[in-house]
Design a protein around this ligand. Structure first.
Ligand code: SF4
Ligand code: ZN
Ligand code: ZN
Length: 298
């Protein structure tokens, strides 16, 4: 099969692109989101896990800035790695994150969950049957807290279209319409609530596409699998999504239609977001989930 733009050998059959045109297709998707004037002169923090998605995002972002395709300075972009304490996994992800940031000359911040709280995901796994959901709470909290306390305007994450579809189905099935209504490509910053806005530049990019991007551009990323991933409901549900949405265009169309429906979903009253009595970060209960997990596992 030949590339539909230049006639060279196509490496991505779904869209019929050669290596070069596939790379520019991917970079354009990132550029489209980040060209939003909202980000001009803002401090951006890329949440880097060491895996393929966030690594591809940081690599593409750095290239777009260097080629002056988006108008902001790399001095205002930093990365953050959360050391979760998962033995045999965290080490290789941190190594890949360091290698990528060194090659792009981007400052890598590291927050260590157990140094600061005396708890690791390994220790949480001994008491919890829902290790992935607690791991997710710990990660999101630490990313937001670091971004807020360090004065970042937005956090960029490597969530892709497959992650978004999981999120959409999961919340629809569980009736979490409020979460769904607040999700999307860009969520705003609210300094009063200590919530830093989130941006998902890979919102319309698939998992397969980020993997191809990393491979053809030699982006360093960790291929290590988390030992707890077999308990991850997300991986299980994601494998079923293609039974319903068997092409990229159907996935995009589903998300676009769902986004149009969001305005009809009931939003909780604004005052239902309170400050945690322990840490002062937002919560809908007296003590936030992060503080409760730490307390339970100390
Ligand atoms: Fe955390 Fe589960 Fe992902 Fe492992 S698979 S990093 S425990 S969410
Ligand atoms: Zn081509
Ligand atoms: Zn708290």
């Amino acid at each position: 099969m030949r590339c539909r733009l230049c006639g060279k050998k196509a490496i991505y059959k779904e869209l019929r692109f050669c290596e070069e045109h596939f790379t520019s297709y991917f970079d354009k998707k990132v550029k489209k989101v980040l060209s939003n004037p909202l980000f001009k002169d803002k401090k951006l923090l890329v949440a880097l896990s060491g895996g393929k998605d966030s690594s591809a995002l940081l690599f593409s972002l750095a290239k777009l800035v260097e080629n002056e395709e988006i108008d902001f300075s790399l001095k205002k972009v930093e990365a953050l790695y959360i050391e979760l304490g998962i033995s045999g996994y965290s080490e290789s992800n941190l190594k890949a994150s360091k290698e990528l940031c060194n090659s792009l000359s981007i400052n890598l911040n590291v927050v260590n969950l157990s140094d600061e709280n005396g708890v690791s995901v390994d220790s949480v796994s001994k008491k919890s049957r829902k290790v992935c959901s607690e791991c997710g709470v710990l990660k999101r909290y630490l990313i937001n807290r670091f971004a807020f306390e360090s004065g970042f305007d937005f956090v960029l994450t490597g969530h892709n279209i497959d992650d978004e579809l999981f999120f959409a189905f999961h919340n629809l099935i569980n009736g979490n319409l409020n979460y769904l209504a607040r999700s999307g490509k860009i969520t705003p910053t609210d300094n009063e609530k200590k919530l830093v806005g989130r941006v998902k530049p890979l919102y319309y990019v698939s998992e397969k596409e980020t993997a191809i991007y990393c491979l053809i551009n030699n982006v360093p990323f960790s291929r290590e699998k988390c030992p707890y991933s077999k308990n991850n409901a997300q991986i299980e549900m994601k494998s079923k999504i293609p039974l319903l949405l068997d092409s990229k265009s159907k996935k995009i169309s589903f998300l676009k239609h769902l986004n149009k429906l969001k305005k009809y979903f009931p939003l909780e009253e604004e005052n239902s977001v309170e400050k945690c009595e322990r840490c002062g970060f937002p919560t809908t209960t007296k003590i936030c989930k992060f503080c409760r997990i730490i307390e339970k596992n100390k």
